[in-house]
Design a binder for this molecule. Structure first.
Ligand code: AVI
Length: 320
């Protein structure tokens, strides 16, 4: 199959839920202003996220890749070549290469909310793995997951790396996994990366990299409002804040208003006091047992878990 042979399935991101503009207005209208972290991922945001993954402080990516590389043969034995491998939030599709090489599945389906990024990365996969049937679905899988018609495998294995599950609250994560279980055929599996609770200094450094890439990623949300929605917002009058909320076991990211000011959008004015924040992301962290219990409540059996030697990160194989 050639690089042009990616089969593209448009699942209508724009119609799947509130538009970016409606989501922003709803989030800025709340007493405690907050936005969904899915709005980070326009094209610039997706590229900044890839850059975050290369920062020395952001241990998540390299640790998960190390786990996948050393467990690849074991994973291949569980997944098997007849499986359809479905990557949720495929982004740059780097980690999945470790699996593709070990498992050599017949079919791969990448699902992502960022259309151009999805096309670019799946085209590269199709070029690099000519034996693989590559499908791309432009969709918001966090709202509703469905396999495009005609895309199936003897088994389906969903690959959800990067601890993206942490961007849901634990309750949302449980509902998401339960929905995934219902959306996939019986006997399907989930290979999922989950970041672990650890020393707050390691956690906070990962979300406050010295090069300022995470800050730029967070602030890009405001720049995106200007670019796409024509919002009047002074990006330079906000600063990035990320800290570990230990009782809630999560990193919180906020944009802090440095002065009294307002964001104006669609004729509506959203006032900020000095120090007031716009809450942009939670990144929940788990213990291995805590995540296994959550998966069990969603109807999954935890078959195997792999961790690195320093117990920074975990990769779980769950079966339905
Ligand atoms: C995509 N997600 C798992 C990342 C995380 O660590 O929560 C997003 C991110 N936010 C700041 N840095 C990375």
């Amino acid at each position: 199959m050639s690089a042009t042979a990616v089969r593209f399935h448009d699942q209508h991101v724009d119609e799947a839920g509130p538009s970016f503009g409606d989501g922003v207005i709803a989030g800025l209208s709340r007493e405690r202003k907050r936005l969904s972290p899915k709005y980070f991922y326009d094209e610039r945001g997706s590229r900044l996220f890839e850059a975050i993954c290369r920062q020395p402080e952001y241990y998540l990516t390299r640790t998960e890749e190390g786990i996948l590389a050393s467990a690849a043969e074991e994973i291949a034995a569980i997944v098997g070549p007849e499986s359809l491998l479905v990557e949720l939030g495929s982004g740059a599709s780097r980690k999945v290469r470790l699996l593709l090489e070990a498992v050599r599945p017949r079919r791969y389906l990448g699902i992502d909310i960022s259309r151009d990024f999805l096309l670019e990365s799946t085209r590269r996969l199709a070029a690099d793995y000519p034996w693989l049937e590559v499908h791309a679905a432009w969709a918001d899988f966090s709202r509703r997951l469905r396999l495009p018609s005609g895309v199936a495998g003897r088994r389906v294995v969903a690959f959800f790396p990067g601890s993206s599950i942490g961007n849901f609250s634990p309750r949302e994560a449980e509902a998401f996994l339960a929905g995934l279980r219902r959306a996939l055929p019986a006997g399907s599996g989930v290979l999922i990366g989950v970041d672990l609770i650890k020393d707050r200094r390691i956690l906070e450094a990962a979300y406050n990299d010295a090069a300022g890439v995470t800050a730029a990623f967070n602030l890009n949300l405001l720049a995106r409002m200007r670019r796409e929605l024509g919002a009047a917002v002074e990006v330079g009058a906000f600063r990035h804040l990320a800290f570990f909320n230990a009782p809630a076991a999560r990193i919180e990211m906020h944009l802090v208003s440095e002065q009294r000011q307002a964001i104006t959008l669609d004729g509506q004015r959203f006032a900020f006091e000095p120090g007031e924040t716009l809450h942009t992301e939670n990144s929940c962290k788990y213990s291995v047992a805590g995540f296994q219990a959550l998966a069990a409540r969603a109807g999954y059996r935890s078959r195997t878990v792999w961790c690195d030697d320093e117990a920074l990160f975990s990769v779980h194989y769950l079966s339905s």
